[in-house]
Design a protein around this ligand. Structure first.
Ligand code: KIV
Ligand code: NA
Length: 276
């Protein structure tokens, strides 16, 4: 069944959890579509996972459109949300609506996501008025990494927890149809989920949310080293890939690949005729 803003909100009402994964390319999109994932997010995390930056700040609108288009070609029923990158909506209402529109028009997204609460509510309202569905993002919002002084859990003290709850109520009022809660305590996320009529999607926010999202390279075990507490590795694809690359390297260098069955034939007379 084709996923829409309406079917996703229905899932919350009926208590059926929503699955979301990040996605950045056509091949992966086809696999996620076949797996029956509800929604994919073209996260600006692509700056880190696909482009190798240290954070998401350098990601451009062109980067986002390029990857969003590619993913859209692999989807049929899966709902496609594209992130608004740093400085594409903070600067003005006009910028916010124009750039959200570009993600829909050029990227073929079905909704856009932006970071922040009360301070971006005017943008959420204006984008929503342009009939572009908006997902909000609260808690550890990575575009604010410099203001936060690093990537750390948000909302542990009373002032912060109250702020996040108020922001959640504010983005819902402004018209957001869904909100991502990143790296906040489980009980706070559960409380917010109960207080909102729109679905909450957690990442590092516990089991009380209406749905979950993970960066696919994290859940596939493609990165060695960094492994945040909230990540569960559902496979060790990084090791599988490295082993396959190494087997290929050895086969080429050792001459076992390509074999006869991988090669094309030709009549001997043709070769004899040209080999003068
Ligand atoms: O960019 C991203 O991948 C995200 C998710 C982690 C929510 O914003
Ligand atoms: Na993001």
């Amino acid at each position: 069944m084709k996923k829409t803003v309406t079917t996703l909100q229905q899932q919350k009402l009926e208590g059926r959890k929503i699955s979301m994964l990040t996605c950045y390319d056509y091949t992966t999109a086809c696999l996620m579509e076949a797996a029956g994932v509800d929604t994919v997010l073209i996260g600006d995390s692509l700056g880190m996972t696909m482009l190798g930056y240290d954070d998401t700040l350098p990601v451009t609108m062109e980067d986002m459109i390029h990857h969003t288009r590619a993913v859209s070609r692999g989807l049929k029923n899966t709902f496609l949300i594209a992130d608004m990158p740093f400085l594409s909506y903070q600067t003005s209402i006009y910028d916010a609506v124009m750039n959200a529109g570009r993600l829909m028009k050029e990227g073929h997204a079905q909704a856009v996501k932006l970071e922040g609460g009360a301070k971006v509510c005017e943008q959420i309202e204006a984008i929503t008025k342009a009939d572009i569905p908006v997902v909000a993002h609260l808690g550890l919002t990575p575009q604010s990494v410099n203001a936060f002084g690093g990537f750390k859990v948000q909302g542990k003290n009373e002032a912060q927890a109250k702020q996040i709850l108020e922001d959640a109520l504010a983005v819902e009022k402004a018209g957001a149809f869904m909100v991502v809660l990143e790296c906040i305590p489980e009980k706070l996320a559960t409380l917010i989920t109960k207080r909102l009529t729109i679905p909450t999607i957690g990442i590092g926010a516990g089991a009380g949310c209406d749905g979950q999202v993970l960066v696919y390279q994290d859940m596939l075990g493609m990165f060695e080293g960094i492994k945040p507490k909230f990540v569960k590795q559902f496979a060790q694809i990084g090791k599988e890939m490295k082993d396959a690359f190494s087997a290929y390297d050895k086969a080429v260098k050792g001459g076992s690949y390509p074999a006869k069955e991988h090669s094309f034939g030709i009549d001997d007379e043709v070769i004899e005729a040209i080999d003068l």
